[in-house]
Design a binder for this molecule. Structure first.
Ligand SMILES: C[S@@+](CC[C@H](N)C(=O)[O-])C[C@H]1O[C@@H](n2cnc3c(N)ncnc32)[C@H](O)[C@@H]1O
Length: 263
């Protein structure tokens, strides 16, 4: 097993062996303290989430807040509304509503692949009257169908699914495969703001960011006790995990302007 396999294993590790702890080393030792059973429970909860009654009709009632194709993004580009902020995996939209309100002078686009989940965000945005907020029902892998290089200034990844099982690393939204997609739509000094409760997933992501040509800043393994706490906007998952006593990890990854060849 090499260091990368160790990191993959650590994202979902429940019972570390003494050998695996030694291999990962002192820097990553705390990653084994996360009870990944909690993330497993969340996965099961999501899979079992009841279908919303009249879901499609309710989504259509919020159609002013929906972006349904790349042509709408083309129009925004022509109107000088890009680059803008993008959240991927926005869940029920609390962070999107609050962050778009904080930055009323620019568009904020929130993407989520489960329509019954995004419906909550759409209805919250309509109730809160967010003129600069739009939603895309879709998968991050399809971002290039909507956006071009330079369209996005900041990407928010909040409590992305850690995909703890071995062999599923490519599904993590901070896997280098996804980072290449983000690079293809970010401005040349674009940023990714990443938060998670899962320490193993966090360490995995730091490695992926660095390997993919991002510079790390504002790194904290206890956001709520850090100097960045005062500007923090909590998400639904963040409230749940921090109320259970788990520290929140956060980092800002900024695209290096002069990437070495091959990165
Ligand atoms: C653990 S939840 C976190 C929700 C919210 N960001 C929060 O912090 O409360 C992760 C969300 O990301 C969405 N998601 C996962 N993979 C995605 C992908 N490839 N594209 C779009 N959304 C995705 C899931 O459907 C889920 O709603």
């Amino acid at each position: 097993m090499n260091a990368r396999d160790d990191l993959d294993a650590a994202v979902g590790s429940k019972r570390p062996t003494a050998n695996s702890v030694r291999r990962v080393g002192k820097r990553w030792r705390n990653i084994f303290t996360v009870p990944s059973i909690i993330t497993d429970v969340c996965e099961i909860f999501k899979m079992r989430m009841r279908k919303k009654r009249n879901g499609n009709a309710r989504i259509q009632a919020c159609s002013d807040y929906l972006i349904e194709n790349g042509e709408e993004i083309d129009r925004m580009r022509e109107e000088g509304l890009l680059p803008c902020r993008l959240e991927i995996g926005c869940g029920k939209g609390d962070f999107a509503v609050a962050t778009s309100k904080k930055h009323l002078d620019e568009p904020y686009i929130a993407m989520e692949m489960i329509s019954d989940v995004i419906l909550c965000g759409l209805e919250k945005a309509r109730a809160a009257n967010c003129p600069n907020l739009k939603f895309i029902i879709g998968n991050a892998k399809d971002l290039p169908n909507y956006f071009q290089k330079g369209d996005i200034r900041v990407i928010y990844l909040n409590f992305s699914d850690p995909w703890p099982k071995k062999g599923y690393a490519k599904r993590r939204l901070t896997h280098r495969g996804f980072l290449e997609i983000y690079k293809s739509i970010l401005t040349k000094d674009g940023k990714i703001c990443f938060k998670t409760d899962n320490a193993g997933f966090f360490e995995f992501s730091l490695e992926e960011f660095e390997q993919s040509g991002f510079e790390l800043s504002e790194l904290t393994r206890n956001l709520h006790e850090s100097e960045y706490a005062k500007d923090n906007i909590e998400t639904e998952y963040e409230r749940r995990f921090s109320s259970m006593g788990f520290p929140i990890h956060r980092v800002v990854a900024t695209l290096k302007q002069n990437l070495p060849a091959g990165v």
